[in-house]
Design a protein around this ligand. Sequence first.
Ligand code: HPA
Length: 280
Amino acid sequence: MSNQPSGKEAQQIAEAAEWIRQRVGMEPKIGLILGSGLGILAESLEDQTALPYDRIPHFPVSTVEGHAGELAVGKLDGRPVLMMKGRFHLYEGYEGAQVTFPIRVMKKLGIRTVAVTNSAGAVNTAYRPGEFMLIRDHLNLMGRSPLVGPNDPELGPRFPDMSEPYDRTLLRLGQETAERLGLRVHEGVYAGMLGPAYETPAEIRMLRTLGADAVGMSTVPEVIAARHAGLAVFGVSCLTNMAAGILEQPLSHEEVIGTTERVKADFVAFMREMAAQLPG
Ligand code: HPA
C-alpha cells in the first residue's frame, strides 16, 4: 500500500469514508482509538452503529486477542463520536499505511481531534500497574515511519512538524479532568517498540536512559499520521504492568488484560469525561 502512487490511497480513503458516512446518521468530530481490553467504552454509546472492519472498503482486519475489530459510531453523553474498537499493529505484519488508514479516514470524515489509548508497561519505577499516564511525548523506536514512501500532499506535508505531537491544551484538560475525578495520573514519554516480544530487562534500562516512562507496541504510527493530517492528539496509557526486569516475574498478555479489567471503570469514567470536553 505504501508504495502506491499518490492518489490511489487518497481514493481508497475517500471510498471508505463515504461508505461509513452513508451508514451513520451523524458527523462525529472526535475519534477515539481503544486499545487492548479498552473497547468497553463503546458500551456507553447511544444510537450506536457498529461497522465491522471486514465490511468497510479497504480497511485492514485486526487479529489480536482482546481486539473486537469494529468501528462504533454513536453518541457519548449526547456528543457524536467515532470509536475504533481494536487497532492494527505493525507486529501483526501490517504496513504503516494500513495501520494508519483509519486515522486518514477519520480526517476525511471531518474529525478534528483524536484520542488514542493503549495499554503499556511502566518503565518509570515510580509508576504502578493500574495507574494512567497521559502521553506528553513519544519515542519512535519501531524502526520505521508510516510516512515512508511517496507523499500525497492531499494527506499532509512531506516533512510534518512533530514539535507538539500531543496537544498541550488537551494534556492540561486531561490533568484537570483526572483531578476532578480524583484519579491519580502521570504525565510522561511513551516509547513505541515494534514487538511482538516484550522487551528484555536491558532494553527497559535503555528506554529509561532515553527518557521513556512507559513502553508499548502501538500508538506511535497513528500519532505520526494524525499530526501529518493536522489532527489534534490526546493520548493516554493504561499502565498494565511494570516493564520487564523491574519485578522478579515474567510478563504476560493475561496480566495486561487482567489489569485493564481491574481499572476499566476508572478508564471509562475518565474517557467519557474527556470526550465530553474535547474540541471538535
Ligand atoms: N511492553 C510492551 N508493550 C506492552 C507492555 C510492555 O511491558 N505492557 C502492555 N503493552
